[in-house]
Design a protein around this ligand. Sequence first.
Ligand code: SIN
Length: 296
Amino acid sequence: MPRDEIGATPFAVQPQGKLIGAEISQIDLTQPLPDSVFDAVSETFDQYSVVVFRDQDLTGEQRIAFSKRFGPLQINVRSEFNNPRHPEIYTVSNILKDGKPIGSQDAGRYWHSDLCYLEKPTKASMLYAIEVPRREGASLGDTVFASARAAYDDLPQDMKQRLEGLRAVNSYNAMFDRKAAQFGVRPKLNDEAKSKYPKDAIHPVIRTHPNTGEKCIYVCEGYTTQILDIPEAESRELLEFLFAHVTQPKYQYRHSWRKADLLMWDNCAVQHLASFDYAPLHRHMERTTVEGSVPY
Ligand code: SIN
C-alpha cells in the first residue's frame, strides 16, 4: 500500500493548481526510494499529472536512476543534444558554446505531448533546472501545462461521440519543418536527413490513460497533422477546435522554475508549452523521458 494507515503519504504534498500540479517535499531523490515511497510518488503523480520536487541537488546518474523506476528511458532522436556520457539525458537550452548550441533551443514552442510521434510515446518526462533566467527578482521561462483529461471531460456528449474511434497522424518531420521555417534555429531538412527521423505515428484522437482509465484528448498543435478517414476540411476544423479547447486557461497550471527543481509530467494527461520570454538571459534544463505503452 502506498499510503500509511491514516491515509497520509510518506512526504508532503501541496497542490499547486486547481486541476493539475502539486509540489512534493520532504523527500530526498539523491537516494533510491523504498518501494512503498516510490509507489506513493507514482500514485500522487497519477492524481496530479504534474509534480515538482524542489531543491533536489541531483547528478545526471541520480536523475536517470529515479526516472528508470518508472520504465525504460528513451533516447531522443536529435542525438546532437544528448549528453555524450548519458544519452538518456537530453539538453534543452539557449546557451551557445564556441558559437554552437549545447541543446535544443526551440523545444516546447508549440503545445504538445512529448514524443507522441513514436509508436510508444513518452509516459513521463522529468525536466531538471540547471540554470533559470531571472529578471527583477522573478523567474522567467515558465512551462505551462493543460489538463487533456479535464478538457475531454468538458466536451459536449455529441462531440465525444463524434471523436470516438477516430485516429490521427502525429508527425515529427512536419513539426521539424515548421519550426525550421518559423524560428530559424534548426536546419531545413533534406530528404536524406528526414529519412533518419521517425516515421509518422497514428494514435487515437482520444486515448485512455493506462493507469487511471480516464480519457484524454491526444491531439496536439505541435505534432498532429490530420485526422484520418474524414474529409480534410473536417479534419482541420476538428483539430483547430480541439487545439483551442484543450489549451484554455481554465485547464492550465503554470510552473515557475527554481534552480534544482525536478519537474515531472504525464504526457497522456497533460500537454505543455514552454515560455520564451528570457533572451538574452540563459536557460539550461536537462530532460529524461520514460517510454510508455502504445496508446489505445
Ligand atoms: C519540453 O517541451 O519538453 C521542454 C519544456 C520546457 O523547456 O519548458
